[in-house]
Write a protein that binds this ligand. Structure first.
Ligand SMILES: NC(=O)C1=CN([C@@H]2O[C@H](COP(=O)(O)OP(=O)(O)OC[C@H]3O[C@@H](n4cnc5c(N)ncnc54)[C@H](OP(=O)(O)O)[C@@H]3O)[C@@H](O)[C@H]2O)C=CC1
Ligand SMILES: O=C1O[C@H](COP(=O)(O)O)[C@@H](O)[C@H](O)[C@H]1O
Length: 497
């Protein structure tokens, strides 16, 4: 990996502390950073270099996944850090910043390879990119790259405007749009699961798959983020980006070569084939809901409208479910159901692939009931793959029952999403970053849903906090004769392992 400078805008912020510094430190410990590098933190507050380094150290101690930290190693790592107090909206403030970056390049004998990370509120994305360009920070003899946090726009128009502005300073190949779900091990593993296993590759189409269910349920509520969440809701916060990215990863077809370019081309084809929703069809295909008071386990919790900072008449959705059709020869006729919500019964991100059950009739004649085969990909918080098959249970008179074969690795101390993504960006591998085409097509698909919500064409239903969501989401699947897998597991038929 080439030596470089890492310029972090938003260096005093929450994301930097909780995710970016621990990830960089873990990469350093694993020998996955270049032999020499400099990290220049940019924040608004007038901190000294020493104050900044102390806060970085504190965040590593608090948030690193390492059980033990080697003090000498940590000190060597921290020696790469320096701080620049800069108001990013002021063009003149970039001259001393450029000097600082160059000074560190000289001191550390670094070539002019510069990684810029925008970990600031989205209203600063454009102005920072423009100032990087005009100040000369972006004029480099080596490479330059831009990592940009979400949200990327709040609708199609604003995303296009932002992209146009960024494109004045960075080419598409230089832009790394973070979607941290693409950094999750099991989401990255989808590619290998589909393409490196002929047994699955052969079945990955509408001849064999009945439906696909993608769930990202959270137990947390809106927490301290009402200001942001009231404007975003589950549609902008989760569905437009993370959920559609997972859908693209599941539905893409084997590319000719496993390269970033080819994988992204396949993802684009999926999004291009997703059937657009006409405004009058939104209500039939989308469930919009908000949590009311309930309890998480035994603990009573407030409804969304009672949360601090939330309007008592808020129409913001904290849950959304969608039925998506992909009109290509591989997936036509297979519904993809996606749902995400806050204050749900459990924290679980998973993908369930339900296979068709052509032999059901054969066994029914023998008074036996077979369940469909399921491939379950547990993304978060557990990571693993499970396969539900049918098998005779010798302990139950040889009756056919579903069995689950579990491939959970149970590995601990594996890199976190931000570590993987930072490592990739530093190597110039953009496979697991959102390409502009994907972002644009996602916003395009979401547009009629945004409009339908704004005009209240889709009713906002409520669900009790601590449950699996509204009944309307169950009805969405019932229309095709399906139901959500793994909800209320305890109420289903026994599964032996
Ligand atoms: N926090 C999280 O868990 C997640 C955050 N994100 C995204 O990451 C980005 C950062 O979020 P987060 O860290 O939470 O935000 P914070 O509000 O915690 O931090 C904002 C940072 O921006 C700096 N800043 C604000 N205004 C200026 C200015 N005019 N000039 C220079 N610096 C300025 C702040 O500096 P100072 O403190 O010195 O004022 C601070 O370092 C956002 O785009 C967010 O959407 C994405 C996923 C998760
Ligand atoms: O991007 C976001 O993701 C988190 C959920 O992430 P996870 O890795 O814990 O599944 C979500 O809570 C947050 O609202 C959203 O902005």
């Amino acid at each position: 990996m080439e030596p470089m400078s890492f310029v972090l805008f938003g260096a005093t912020g929450d994301l930097a502390k909780r995710k970016i510094y621990p990830a960089l430190f873990n990469l350093y410990v694993d020998d996955k950073l270049p032999g020499s590098f400099s990290i220049v933190g940019v924040g608004r507050r007038a901190w000294s270099g020493q104050e900044f380094v102390c806060s970085v150290e504190q965040s590593i101690r608090e948030f690193s996944r390492r059980d033990a930290i080697d003090q000498a190693q940590l000190e060597r790592f921290l020696a790469a850090f320096s701080y620049a107090a800069v108001d990013v909206t002021k063009a003149e403030a970039y001259t001393p910043l450029l000097e600082r970056v160059k000074q560190r390049e000289d001191e550390c004998k670094l070539p002019q390879n510069r990684m810029f990370y925008l970990s600031v509120a989205p209203e600063y994305f454009e102005v920072i990119a423009a100032n990087i360009q005009t100040s000369g920070l972006g004029s480099v003899a080596g490479w330059k790259r831009l990592i940009i946090e979400k949200p990327f726009g709040r609708d199609l128009q604003s995303a296009e405007d932002l992209n146009e502005k960024l494109a004045k300073a960075f080419s598409e190949e230089e832009i790394y749009r973070i979607d941290h779900y693409l950094g999750k091990a099991m989401v990255q593993n989808l590619e290998a699961l589909e393409f490196a296993n002929p047994v699955f590759a052969a079945l990955w189409n509408n001849r064999h798959i009945a439906n696909v269910q993608i769930t990202a349920s959270e137990t947390v509520g809106v927490e301290e983020r009402a200001g942001f969440y009231e404007q975003a809701g589950a549609l902008r916060d989760m569905l437009q980006n993370h959920m559609l990215q997972m859908l693209m990863m599941v539905a893409m077809h084997i590319p000719k070569r496993i390269t970033a370019q080819d994988i992204r081309a396949q993802k684009r084809k999926v999004m291009e084939a997703v059937r657009p929703l006409a405004l009058e069809e939104v209500a039939k295909n989308i469930v919009r809901a908000q949590y009311r008071a309930g309890s998480m386990g035994e603990v009573p919790v407030a409804g969304y409208r009672e949360e601090p900072g939330v309007s008592p008449t808020s129409m913001t959705e904290t849950y959304i479910a969608a039925r998506v059709w992909i009109d290509d020869p591989f997936w036509s006729g297979v519904p993809f159901y996606i749902r995400t919500g806050k204050r749900m019964k459990e924290k679980s991100t998973r993908i369930v692939i339900e296979f068709k059950n052509p032999l059901e009739q054969l066994y029914r004649e023998q008074q036996e009931k077979t369940a469909p085969n399921l491939l379950i990909i547990h993304v978060n918080p557990q990571e693993g793959i499970a396969l539900q098959l049918n098998s005779k249970n010798p302990a139950n008179s040889g009756k056919i029952e579903p069995v689950t074969v579990d491939f959970s690795s149970g590995q601990k101390d594996v890199p976190e999403a931000y570590e993987r993504l930072l490592f990739d960006a530093l190597r110039g591998d953009s496979t697991y970053f959102a390409h502009w085409n994907e972002v644009r097509l996602s916003w395009k698909w979401v547009e009629p849903i945004l409009t339908a919500f704004e005009r209240n064409i889709v009713p906002l239903v409520s669900y009790e906090a601590g449950t699996y969501g509204p009944d309307a989401a169950k009805q969405l699947l019932q229309a095709e004769g399906f139901s959500w897998w793994l909800d209320e597991v305890e109420e289903r038929e026994p599964v032996h392992r």
